[in-house]
Design a protein around this ligand. Structure first.
Ligand SMILES: Cc1cc2nc3c(=O)[nH]c(=O)nc-3n(C[C@H](O)[C@H](O)[C@H](O)COP(=O)(O)O)c2cc1C
Length: 366
């Protein structure tokens, strides 16, 4: 079983993550983790706080000579903006109100510090470890922005390779320049008005074998395993797998048999049928809400006086759709690595490779 825990607050000294259950012998390149952390941070639409956010990390256990040992892997990320904040007016759209009532606090930061999406940095670091493992089996991930502020890309049929090559040339990770231009204007307008904007990011996984997850029980279904994890990303409010159209005859992906090879005419199912990966690309779209902290101050109340008050002015992002895509790639990788290890097992990488090859060799159809 692969599992992980995170700890740490937005303005605390460190963020900490522990990944347990990773097999021995997986090569880990710190550069790769750094790249992912920077991809999460350096998108346009984010706040000046991003410049303060340090992505300086260290792997403090579970590695020897650059390879995993099979022991728990602990990662720490140092925060550079360390401080204790105090505000007593809960912001709508955040965990502030419900969290303070539930835990008995008046200072919203007692909740907000942990509820903050700063925590997703450490999930990205752990996800990079899962990706390093999955790359040994040809499994890769990519995300791109498909909509911001109601402005969508026109085409949904771009290949994985095309998205991979193009997305980082756009600060919004959007592969259609025309849409990107309009999205950028919408973000700038929101910034001017003290507002924020949401949108949709698409995450894909390529190279999954047929047979991860199962139809036999609800909590073994692929959707169950990835759904909760992806919806736990702050601000993610909706999830769609594949592209459902409303007539069955158009929605089903034709099965085409060519000798001992089975192919699909389309991929509207997005890589999962009946709770099992079907060997096609996994395609998931996530709806990301506009971030709730706004420069425009909103009506609320003061927890100390119970009198009406305006929300505090706090530094905030304007749009986190591209960053949420990077987080989602890595969160997805953690879940898929878990499913993969459940199916193919083993204590070291070579053992998993043997199990995987033997499974593929014995499949009736390729
Ligand atoms: C990468 C990332 C960065 C975020 N940055 C901010 C931010 O600067 N300000 C803000 O109000 N919300 C931000 N959010 C969203 C909030 O964390 C989230 O809306 C809040 O914790 C309430 O949780 P919920 O939206 O899931 O209900 C961010 C989300 C992500 C994924």
């Amino acid at each position: 079983m692969l599992r992980y825990l995170t700890a740490g607050e937005s303005h605390g000294k460190y963020l900490v993550g522990i990944l347990e259950g990773m097999v021995a012998g997986v090569k880990i390149e710190p550069e790769r983790i750094k790249r992912e952390l920077e991809a999460r941070r350096n998108t346009s639409g984010r706040s000046s706080r991003m410049k303060l956010e340090s992505e300086e990390f260290e792997i403090i256990s579970g590695l020897r000579n650059g390879k995993t040992t099979g022991a728990p892997i602990a990662v720490i990320i140092r925060n550079s903006d360390v401080k204790e904040l105090e505000d007593f007016v809960p912001r709508p759209g955040h965990a502030d109100l419900a969290g303070c009532l539930k835990y008995g606090f008046e200072n919203i930061h007692m909740v907000a510090e942990r509820a903050s999406a700063r925590e997703t940095s450490v999930r990205v670091a752990l996800g990079s470890l899962a990706r390093a493992f999955l790359e040994n089996f040809g499994i890769n991930f990519v995300s791109h922005t498909v909509a911001i502020a109601g402005i969508s890309i026109r085409n949904y049929d771009y290949s994985f390779e095309f998205i991979e090559q193009r997305r980082f040339s756009s600060p919004l990770y959007c592969i259609e320049p025309e849409a990107e231009k309009r999205m950028t204007l919408a973000i700038e307008e929101a910034r001017k008005n003290g507002d924020s904007v949401g949108g949709v990011t698409e995450v894909r996984a390529r190279g999954l074998p047929v047979g991860l997850g199962s139809h036999v029980h609800y909590d073994r279904r692929f959707e169950y395993r990835i759904g909760g994890a992806l919806l736990s990303i702050p601000a993610v409010k909706g999830l769609e797998i594949g592209k459902v159209v409303f007539r069955g005859s158009e929605n089903n992906d034709p099965i085409i048999l060519r000798g001992r090879k089975v192919r699909r005419g389309t991929n509207r199912a997005g890589g999962i049928e009946g709770g099992i990966s079907n060997g096609e690309e996994l395609i998931v779209r996530l709806t990301v809400k506009p971030v709730p902290t706004l420069r425009k101050r909103m009506d609320s109340f003061d927890f100390r006086t119970l009198e009406p008050a305006r929300t505090p002015e706090l530094r905030t992002d304007i749009c986190v759709v591209p960053a949420a895509g990077i987080v989602a790639e890595n969160v997805l990788a953690l879940e898929i690595a878990g499913l993969f290890l459940e199916k193919f097992g083993g204590d070291n990488l070579q053992e998993v490779i043997r199990n995987f090859r033997s499974y593929l060799k014995n499949l009736k159809l390729k």
